[in-house]
Design a protein around this ligand. Structure first.
Ligand SMILES: Nc1ncnc2c1ncn2[C@@H]1O[C@H](COP(=O)(O)OP(=O)(O)OP(=O)(O)O)[C@@H](O)[C@H]1O
Ligand SMILES: [Mg+2]
Length: 439
């Protein structure tokens, strides 16, 4: 698949030159002449990387960066900057930009940075793709995703923070009838209440002060694909009837318009709030709740997913080992024990952060307890329920898991490593280590 690069630059000449350089390198390129046009194209076209100038009128590169962080943090943004604004570019990097290029742009440097940015995205999205886990509860969830994704039913995904609700939503889209269609995420918690209606349904020029042009809303942009209403518990009460109407009738009316538009979207929503409680408090409408909740998927906290912690740790060790070029990285038994004893209130996201920091901070190949946050050490001291020989217990369970999966896969190692989400090398290493054999 050709990589799609969005180029946002107000200088016509430079825009054309850069476009040619990128086209020459066989990228698929679309361009925009200011920040707003860029943001609109981003949503319509879903590029894999974005190059943006900083100083543009009326909407500048920092606004593009801000938009991107909320909309799709996986897509790297490269800043183009004139000599005088390098400091702003450096600030932009702190704010999450991938890198910056100074003008006049060196073509080779441009291609190098774009390639690097795409690589980094690849790494990040690799981890975005699949829900790791082989606990009974996760297998059931994966089954349900396969079963309900291709239907028209709305799906509500609940669960604590960091349990993979967004990942599950993306999985549902991938398994839906229109995986090639758009996947539009709306973060209901991040958008000011007064802008929410326009964000969802769009507006026409002059609908309110500041509405200088027509704007498409999330529902229209998601037409032919999936809309993901994240943090749905934060949707303002007064907007809920309009959303209910959109969900029931599959039609929308932009703010200020009298024309309705038919839309064909799969509707997913997610929340870590207790919607049932909100129903009782009348802060969430019951009719809307039942509409969104045709199918309910609950992402369990990590502490209830027997055995999944290993797989998740292993997955992130590999991912960050690769990312920070420390492929041989491993955990000492003491570290593994600490990770196992912890209860992970921040769930998978927390495991990911802890492993990332550990891989980054350790100098050699081994992650020692000192590379782990102190919260883990404390939890170990106060946790008296755990048996002393956790690591032996851990190894037994891991051995058991690997053996079961191998049997399921008829001892085909490629298949088993895929099912376990570990590399073949790791699988081979474990088979040897535990002395697992067909007999
Ligand atoms: N089962 C899983 N396998 C691999 N990675 C996972 C899994 N679940 C979550 N992650 C990773 O953990 C991080 C958090 O996941 P996600 O954003 O889907 O959580 P969430 O439930 O939406 O959290 P929040 O309520 O805070 O928004 C992401 O980086 C995601 O890729
Ligand atoms: Mg989320």
């Amino acid at each position: 698949m050709t990589n799609k690069i969005l180029l946002i630059e107000d200088d016509d000449r430079l825009r054309r030159i850069l476009q040619l350089v990128l086209l020459d390198a066989e990228y698929d390129v679309q361009t925009a002449a200011d920040g707003q046009e860029g943001i609109d194209k981003w949503q319509q076209w879903q590029p894999q990387a974005v190059l943006t100038d900083l100083k543009m009128e009326p909407v500048d590169g920092l606004a593009v960066l801000n938009f991107g962080k909320n909309y799709d943090a996986q897509t790297p943004i490269i800043i183009l900057t004139a000599f005088g604004t390098v400091e702003t570019a450096v600030l932009a990097m702190k704010d999450g930009a991938f890198d910056y290029l100074t003008k006049p742009v060196d073509n080779l440097e441009l291609l190098e940075i774009v390639a690097e940015a795409l690589d980094s995205r690849q790494l990040l999205t690799e981890d975005k793709k699949e829900l790791i886990g082989s606990s009974a509860i996760m297998l059931k969830i994966q089954q349900n995703i396969k079963r309900f994704a291709p239907t028209d039913s709305s799906v509500l995904i609940s669960g604590e923070s960091g349990t993979g609700k967004e990942l599950a939503a993306r999985g549902i889209h991938q398994a839906s009838q229109h995986p090639e269609g758009p996947f539009i995420r709306v973060n209901c918690a991040a958008i000011p209440h007064e802008l929410m209606e326009s964000e969802l349904f769009g507006h026409i020029q002059g609908a309110f002060t500041g509405a200088t042009t027509d704007r498409e809303g999330a529902f229209s942009r998601a037409d032919g694909g999936t809309i993901f209403l994240d943090e749905i518990g934060d949707l303002p009460l007064q907007l809920q009837p309009k959303l209910l109407h959109a969900v029931e009738e599959k039609t929308i009316t932009p703010v200020g318009s009298s024309q309705t538009k038919q839309i064909n979207v799969k509707i997913l929503s997610a929340t870590n709030q207790d919607l049932k409680k909100m129903l009782a408090q009348k802060t969430f409408r019951e009719d809307l709740y039942y509409r969104l909740n045709t199918v309910h998927i609950h992402m369990p906290p990590l502490r209830q997913r027997d055995g999944d912690l290993f797989l998740v740790i292993d997955h992130f060790l590999h991912m960050f080992g690769k990312k920070f070029t420390k492929p041989q990285i491993m955990l000492t038994p003491e570290s593994l024990e600490l990770l196992h004893a912890f209860t992970w209130p921040g769930n998978i996201r927390e495991v990911k952060n802890v492993i990332e920091r550990a891989v980054l901070s350790c100098e050699g190949r081994k992650i020692n307890p000192e590379h782990l946050p102190s919260a883990l050490q404390i939890s170990k001291q106060i946790d008296r329920r755990k048996p002393v020989s956790i690591s032996t217990d851990l190894h037994n369970r891991e051995k058991q898991l690997i053996t079961t999966v191998l049997k399921d896969c008829n001892w085909n190692q490629s298949e088993a490593s895929r099912a376990l989400s570990i590399t073949r090398n790791t699988l081979r290493y474990r088979i040897k280590k535990y002395g697992i054999s067909k007999k």
